[in-house]
Design a binder for this molecule. Structure first.
Ligand code: PGA
Length: 248
């Protein structure tokens, strides 16, 4: 049985004091046994959030890392820095990184390799923009993202990958994919994984849904057979909302 995962993505939000406060509150939540909770926090707060959640089952994720391990890349953060801090997860390929920072599939493949090489687990994001959905090309679009970004990996590396399907038209918009739309795409992704890696590997992979997950829609989305939890932006910024999503 796959566990459920509730992952928060704080993006570029919170002051230091607010970050510690939110992490402390999430660490105090009673987490259902079959659920993994991950906080995707701004890099400057990783250490403090890690301290705030220590002793609780809550895990910490960085929101990005560089493809190289070290060097003259002013302002960047490397996978080796994260692993040296004991950070367990990194989010890669978020649509905001792809769009605003021009991160290509090829770059994300490189970043994924580097992160896995440092022992990090990768939350790998994919998802289509609205015109692609309207043209009904969403399955092919996501397939390309996964083929180019992930499918060079062998099946043992895949154990350290969580896929997050996040339709861009649903991110931060308040428009959520319907549970049927989410299930359709998650099923397609699992089929792609089955075709490439076989049913056993595909059956173990976690596929999260992201895009306006809220307390009032989380249960129905997470109730779908191929939806293994959520990557949550806005609603992860309020402890009460995120707690409700964890319980869902
Ligand atoms: P949202 O963001 O929940 O605010 O739509 C999700 C995400 O970007 O991961």
């Amino acid at each position: 049985m796959r566990k459920k995962i509730a992952a928060g993505n704080w993006k570029m939000n919170k002051t230091e004091a607010e970050a510690i406060d939110l992490a402390t509150k999430v660490a105090g939540v009673t987490i259902p046994e079959d659920t993994v909770v991950i906080l995707g926090v701004p890099a400057v707060y990783l250490s403090q959030v890690q301290k705030a959640v220590s002793g609780s089952p809550v895990k910490v994720a960085a929101q990005n890392c560089h493809q190289k391990l070290s060097g003259a890349f002013t302002g960047e953060i490397s996978a080796s820095m994260l692993s040296s801090m004991g950070i367990e997860y990194v989010i890669l390929g978020h649509s905001e990184r792809r769009e605003y920072f021009a991160e290509s599939d090829a770059l994300l493949a490189e970043k994924t390799d580097t992160a896995l090489g440092q022992g990090l687990k990768v939350i790998f994001c994919c998802g289509e923009p609205l015109p692609v959905r309207e043209a009904e090309n969403h399955v092919d679009y996501v397939k390309k993202q996964l083929e180019n970004g992930l499918f060079h990996l062998d099946s043992s590396a895949l154990e350290n990958i969580i896929i997050a399907y996040e339709p861009i038209w649903a991110i931060g918009t308040g428009v959520t994919a319907s549970q049927e739309q989410a299930q359709e795409m998650h099923h397609e992704i699992r089929t792609m994984l089955t075709d490439k890696y076989g049913a056993e590997v595909a059956g173990k992979m976690h596929i999260l849904y992201g895009g306006s997950v809220k307390p009032d829609n989380a249960s129905e989305l997470f109730g779908e057979p191929d939806v293994d939890g959520g990557l949550v932006g806005g609603a992860s910024l309020k402890s009460a909302d995120f707690e409700a999503i964890i319980q869902a």
